[in-house]
Design a protein. Sequence first.
Lengths: 76, 393
Amino acid sequence: MDAQQTVLGFINRIRKFSNKPQFDNISGDQALQNDLQLDSLDLAELTVNLEGKYGVDIFQNGIVTTVEDVLNQLPK
Amino acid sequence: MFIDPKANFIISPDRFYRDVNSSEPLHSPSSVYNLFREIISTIVRHTDLDLTAPLSTGYSPNTKSPAEPISRKNIVGKIANSKSRILLATSGTTGAKKAVTHSVDSLCRGLQINLRHQNDIWGLAYPLNHLGGLQVMLQAIMNHNTIVHLFGLPNELIHDSIETNQITHLSCTPTFLKLLSTSNATHSTVQSLTTGGERLSRLDHALSEKMFPRARHRNIYALTEIGNLLISENDIFTIPESLNGKVKIIDHGLSIHASLLASKTNESGDDWYRTGDLVEVIAHNPLKFRFLTRRDEIINVGGNKVVPQIVEQSLLEITGIEQALVYGKENSLTGQIVACDIVTSSNQKLNFDEVRLQLTEQLPKFAVPRIYNLVPTLRMTTNGKICRHPQQS
């Protein structure tokens, strides 16, 4: 599974607990908050999940706004 | 190691472990007995103490000549008249461990010593080197009671021992109670149950009623720095008249007047000692309150405050969850995020997604744990409480 699919899986899991519909796919230019409707708590959880899988804190280098920003923080 | 020139006896967790004979298992009866004898010997300043002498049946708390050999026959008087000072280490729940010097008088504050208690049989469910264990020991010795060692034993042995020894009095932490309640055993010999050292939840209270159906349950608030302070029948404490003006709430936290401290030193710079315990005030006159948590255990999720014990109570109401520890995990975005460690009942499979959905219906979104760890056991402090600080041993 590539990183984008992994991110999609984590996002869908977070949305499930907010009773929000699941996404079939996501694109790099989608904004995490505006387009994917993740609030700060959801982003905190996404951070923890990604850190658990990749060992990287995606917010360690500053602001992360889009899916592409997230993917850029993950090890290639 | 703590050194206090005024103290002639040092009890600390280090001491307990160092003194245990390495060839014996920790908490073995003989190691506990040796520690027990050492404590008494030091309090009464007598080194040839023979605790195996027959138990005295009479009450004779008279001072004997220091030259007279001491035995259980006259030990009560020796303890009552002891001027020994005892240095106790706090458990370190507030962070760094501190040393507190007690007199025998301050350790005995709140103990009930009279003929009504002459036939009590005590279960010792604390280590002896902590305030709870020392107080059980003194309460039992001063009333010439038998003490049965229970702390650190497997559950089955504890249940057996309560029955075999016909234990009538038990003092323990709510955690000890929870761990013991994994079997359906009930003990009708126990007449008195005292809990302390941790917040008592409604669930703990229900467990105690089920396991000890004939016991009067008292909940005690004690601090190593003070000794016993407050007693209640449930989780709500009322300040008695005798403590009027000596207990007040400062910034939602319980504060105690410095005159009640065993050691007359106070770090706050005023006359009030901040206990670090946060409370929910129920009434003001007289002051009634319920303990919530310790100030340093509050989880801050993006500015939202979470009391971990409230989340734990919701978790423990879910079938299959036996123990739960809720804590904050550092997070670069929100400061902290709520995490939990869970111990499940044997043969119970737990679906964490379902657990989380249930919690979502009961708790604010920020208080619902986002991280779930299934663990075989929760770590305990040396005095039988759940270890709430990852760095604490």
